[in-house]
Design a protein around this ligand. Structure first.
Ligand code: ADP
Ligand SMILES: N[C@@H](CCOP(=O)(O)O)C(=O)O
Length: 311
């Protein structure tokens, strides 16, 4: 459960008093998510999400994320905007952390997507890339290819605690990617974390795309590779489902065709995607505080995806 920072009823009430949303009815910590603290807040004026930004979100990046959400919402995409308080500010301070009160979107995230749902998710990603072609702001990717070696070094030999031989496997993959990572592909602002838990759906329809806190300027097709690695496998990474993978890419291409160069680079981009999530999960596996109300995610589920792409 991702609640790192406890917000008291008094603090919650004081926060809502800064907005035109009525008074507090209830607030509950949300079980899903691993990065930030999220509460589902019921007020007399509606239902909202309160997000307190934690470890990996730099407060200085919040204006970028909020502008991105406003841009996508204006383009008609189902993304949640941060509400402005009565004084016009979107970012508040709650329990010592930067925080936003965010529009609640309906829908559920699917655990076992059907091809139709994967097609819809791919199409939503393609529509997002279309809407972002003219988005002017930039944000470097703090978890991009140049950072993977440093992250692996920080995990160090402890990778072998997760699985014997993992440190050597990661080192070999870093060397492979150093040679094969594509150059010259188009770059743009991307979501960079479009896992099924970040897509809200009703039946086969995408009703919400959430969690933009890894959004950054990066190789655009890498976003599709990340999404492919997240959607097209069983949760443990052991089984690839080609129908899901193909539907996802077809949905994407229905809104944003890939170039020949992007298609040729796709296997390497997928290997990079698998390594990126293997490494962040490994770091979290080794470093999550014992008292945090969070379920760690299995790094080996992305080692298995990596081995699939490598084959
Ligand atoms: N705008 C929203 N509308 C509805 N539910 C949301 C919204 N934002 C977050 N949630 C819920 O909170 C959960 C965690 O949010 P998420 O942004 O993924 O957290 P984290 O950044 O910690 O990974 C989501 O899985 C979803 O259930
Ligand atoms: N999607 C990443 C971790 C980030 O978690 P999220 O809940 O913010 O999507 C992973 O699965 O490793």
């Amino acid at each position: 459960m991702a609640v790192y920072t406890h917000v008291s009823a008094e603090e919650m009430g004081a926060l809502l008093a800064r907005f035109d949303v009525g008074t507090l009815l209830s607030a509950k910590g949300i079980a899903e998510g691993v990065e930030n603290s999220n509460y589902l807040v019921e007020a007399t004026g509606g239902r909202f999400i309160l997000t307190l930004y934690e470890k990996r979100v730099d407060e200085a990046d919040l204006p970028f994320f909020l502008a991105l959400l406003d841009h996508l919402a204006e383009a008609g995409l189902p993304v949640p905007r941060a509400l402005p308080a009565r004084d016009g500010t979107q970012v508040q301070r709650v329990a010592g952390r930067p925080a936003c009160l965010i529009e609640f979107l309906s829908g559920v995230s699917v655990s076992h997507p059907t091809p139709a749902q994967a097609h819809a998710a791919g199409a939503a990603l393609g529509a997002m890339h279309t809407a972002l072609r003219h988005f002017q702001l930039e944000r470097p990717n703090a978890l991009g290819p140049v950072d993977w070696r440093a992250l692996a070094a920080r995990c160090g030999a402890d990778l072998d605690i997760i699985q014997p031989g993992l440190a050597a496997r990661v080192a070999a993959e870093l060397d492979w990617l150093a040679v094969h990572w594509p150059v010259g592909l188009p770059r743009a602002v991307i979501h960079a974390d479009l896992f099924p838990d970040n897509v809200l759906m009703l039946d086969d329809r995408v009703t919400g795309v959430i969690d933009f806190y890894f959004a950054c300027t990066e190789v655009r097709a890498w976003d599709l590779a990340v999404t492919h690695s997240a959607w097209a496998f069983s949760a443990d990474g052991a089984d690839y489902d080609p129908a899901i993978g193909e539907a996802l890419v077809a949905g994407y291409e229905s809104r944003f065709p890939l170039s020949a160069a992007e298609k040729a680079a796709f296997p390497a981009l997928c290997r990079g995607a698998a390594l990126r999530f293997l490494l962040t999960r490994a770091w979290d596996w080794l470093n999550t505080p014992a008292d945090a109300l969070v379920t760690r995610k299995d790094p080996l589920a992305f080692l298995r995806r990596l081995e699939f792409y490598a084959r």
